[in-house]
Design a protein around this ligand. Sequence first.
Ligand SMILES: Nc1ncnc2c1ncn2[C@@H]1O[C@H](COP(=O)(O)OP(=O)(O)OP(=O)(O)O)[C@@H](O)[C@H]1O
Ligand SMILES: [Mg+2]
Length: 271
Amino acid sequence: MSDNLLEIEKLNVDYLLDKGEFRAVKDVSFNIGRGEIFGLAGESGCGKSTIAYAITRLSKAPAWITGGAIRMDGQDLLKMPERDLQKIRWKRIGMVFQSAMNSLNPLMRVEAQFHDVLYRHTGCSRQESRARGEEMFRLVGIAPHRISDYPHQFSGGMRQRIVIAICMALRPEFIIMDEPTTALDVVVQREILEQVVDLQRNYGFSVLFITHDLHLMAQLCQRIGIMLKGELVEVGDVHQVSQAPLHDYTRKLWNAIPQLPSKPHLSGALA
Ligand SMILES: Nc1ncnc2c1ncn2[C@@H]1O[C@H](COP(=O)(O)OP(=O)(O)OP(=O)(O)O)[C@@H](O)[C@H]1O
Ligand SMILES: [Mg+2]
């Protein structure tokens, strides 16, 4: 079995607009290893979320995947029938998208939202999904009994943790996190990411972590990729890309960050 869980090869995604087509992702190739946290960074609009949606084939019109391969365990997700993909989403690939905390249904108790996801993939009873939900709440640091509350009864940071908890309830092998904590203050952001690192160590899943915050990425990820205008201009070990960047744009990105006094790494994420 290959060391890579995910292999993206020459991925192209276009937006078909009235004024013509626009290639948002150009020949992008990178791999994510088993148990690896891989970071993808780059300026706003460079195509990061477009890649995240393409991996799960949740891209919606006018986005169009026009070429390439996305292999998970050697199987090309781009060639897979939709019904097979539905079995993979959530079960094998968890997703926490930008502004995910607003993706909870405000009219449903959180308990019911856990049940929806778990029932669809495992056919479990309400009792079983409640037990799993409570276990996941404990893992992300929320009192388990609160699972019977509605989303508006939680803070923004708690809602974000709940989305992460739901995403991990089926123990996926791979989790896509697209700016999972951007809307939160830095202390809460740090707390949540420390939990993600702990969980990752316990369960060994792989992560695609998307952010424009290079500091955070350097603390969390083992390898990173830098995007510029739809192209992946650099991929490599986080130390190499931060300390000896090969591309001029990468150098500019690092230099644009104010130099802060060095802080301890997240839970030894790079230990
Ligand atoms: N629905 C859409 N229709 C047309 N163009 C789009 C659409 N969604 C995204 N784009 C364009 O595709 C490009 C890539 O967008 P994408 O959302 O992938 O960027 P991003 O790197 O995730 O940015 P950010 O850091 O701001 O989230 C941008 O130029 C954007 O304007
Ligand atoms: Mg985005």
